[in-house]
Each structure stands twice: as C-alpha cells, then as structure tokens.
Design a protein around this ligand. Structure first.
Ligand code: NAD
Length: 256
C-alpha cells in the first residue's frame, strides 16, 4: 500500500502498458483516474477490475492534444477527489501515417505526429503543473523509451515488417530533456518530474524479432508491462522524494 489514498492520473490508461499501470496503482492503494480518449476501451478495462479496486477507479475523458479537454479533465478530477497527487503521462497518440520507413515519411505527417505526441505531453504537463503549483505539491512521471536514450538497433528489424520511426526517437529524446527542463523550472515548488524509459514490451511480436532483440539484453529480453511496476511505484511514492529530473531505464540492459 505504498500509494495509499494518493490520487494518480494515468493518461492512455486503457492501453497495453496503461492497464497494467492502473492495476498496479490500485493494488497499492491509490485512487486511479484513467484519463483516456478511448473511453469505451477504458470502460471495457474497468469492467475486468476486481470490485474492491474498481471502487477507487474512475474514467475521465481526455484528449491530450486539446487544451479545453485537458483543462476540463483537471476540473473534473478536482471535483471528484479534491486533489491530484501524480500524473503519469503515458498516452500514445499517432496518426494513420505513423510508423513508416524514414524515406516514406511525409513532412506534414512527421509534424503532426510530433505535435500530437510531444505537444500533448507538454500540454498536460503545463496544465497539471499549474494545478500542482496552486495545490503546493505534485509529481509527474513521463513515460519515455530506450529510443529516447540510444539510437535504434536497426539490425533487429531487418527482414521483418517492422520499423522504428524517426518520429519516435524525436519524441522520446525530447521528452527526456523536457522532463529535466521542467524539474529545474519547478525548483522550490515541491513538484517532481521524472521519466521512466521502458525497453520493448512483449505484445505478440514475431518470435524472430524477440530473438534478435534478446541478443542485446542481459537475461529476459522483451519485458512484460508488469516489469515496469516497481519503478513506477517508486517514482510515484515518497520513497523517491529526492529523485528529480531523472530517467529510470528499465530495459534488461538493452541500451548498454
Ligand atoms: N509498448 C512498448 O513496447 C513501449 C516501449 C517503450 C515505451 N512505450 C511507451 O509507453 C506508453 C504506452 O504505450 P502502449 O504500448 O501502452 O501504447 P497503446 O497504444 O497500447 O496505448 C496508448 C493509449 O493512449 C490512448 N490515446 C491515444 N491518443 C490519445 C490522446 N490524444 N489523448 C488521450 N489518450 C490517447 C489510446 O487510446 C491508448 O489507450 C507510450 O508513451 C509508449 O511510447 C511503449
């Protein structure tokens, strides 16, 4: 019960990693707000949660790319709980042209993906930080990635219908640095900003990819979303009170 009574907002909380985060936060006593664009998917997820935990969980509609949506979500959460202890910036917006090979990426699609993703993270961080300043405390955890830290290992995608988009590197590296910027900007305001950078999370990937990926790791290879929980709980708890502006990489040594 490391997060007993803390109110934690998880953007994109109905996604692959978001669901695991929400469940772990609930299991550790938090009150969890699933802040989602896809509320139907959030509802489907909530229906699977144990009733005791479900009572501490709510869904708030949020589009991280729309100012009015972010502002009204914060108002709604405040009216529900009267406080917000932590924000997990985890949503993953992308357009239909996201994921193309480098030479096939069109300029406007590149700009739109960057804008939706890093722009959305900026927007949420800005509006929640404003709330946190008035409240007197707050905690932001940005979900970045190994590819915000190192260049892609292109060789592991060879021969497979997969790519590591240029947008992803731009977004995640910017997020790591933006987190440091905000941590320092909020000096003296009792607001922490850190990153959690996961390695590849297994989701029915091609076994050939998993094998190639694992060659760069030290034991397990592709991780499960649950392997991130300890680090997330740590960053959201008071145990990490003086950890600020940092990036915790959870990748089984992939980036070494
Ligand atoms: N899956 C991985 O291997 C992996 C590895 C490293 C980092 N990450 C990061 O973890 C985070 C979550 O990834 P995931 O794999 O769970 O993604 P996902 O696509 O499974 O889930 C993303 C969620 O974000 C929601 N969303 C999309 N646009 C939104 C918007 N505009 N406003 C609010 N919500 C929106 C979607 O509805 C979805 O529920 C992402 O930031 C991703 O970059 C993932």
């Amino acid at each position: 019960m490391r997060l007993s009574e803390k109110v934690i907002v998880v953007t994109g909380g109905a996604g692959l990693i978001g669901q695991l985060f929400c469940q772990d936060l609930l299991s550790n006593g938090a009150r969890v707000v699933i802040a989602e664009k896809n509320t139907a998917s959030a509802q489907n997820f909530v229906d699977t949660i144990d009733p005791e935990d479900r009572a501490r969980c709510s869904i708030v509609e949020l589009d991280i790319t729309q100012t009015e949506s972010v502002v009204s979500a914060i108002e709604k959460i405040d009216s529900l709980y009267g406080r917000i202890d932590g924000l997990v910036n985890n949503a993953y917006p992308r357009n239909s042209r996201y994921g193309r090979q480098f030479f096939d990426v069109e300029y406007d699609a590149f700009c739109e993906n960057i804008s939706m993703n890093i722009g959305g993270y900026f927007l949420c961080s800005q509006k929640f930080a404003d709330y946190f300043i008035n409240q007197g405390y707050g905690n932001i955890v940005n979900i970045a990635s190994i590819y915000g830290v190192v260049a892609p290992r292109f060789e592991i995608y060879e021969g497979l219908n997969m790519s590591m988009p240029i947008e992803y590197s731009a977004i995640k590296s910017a997020l790591v640095h933006m987190s440091k910027y905000m941590a320092k900007l909020f000096a003296g305001k009792n607001i922490r900003v850190n990153c959690l950078s996961p390695g590849g999370i297994y989701d029915q990937h091609d076994p050939k990819f998993c094998e190639a990926y694992k060659k760069h790791c030290l034991s397990k290879g592709m991780l499960d979303a649950s392997d991130l929980s300890g680090s997330l709980l740590f960053l959201l708890s008071d145990e990490s009170k003086y950890v600020n502006g940092q990036n915790i990489v959870v990748d089984d040594g992939f980036t070494l």
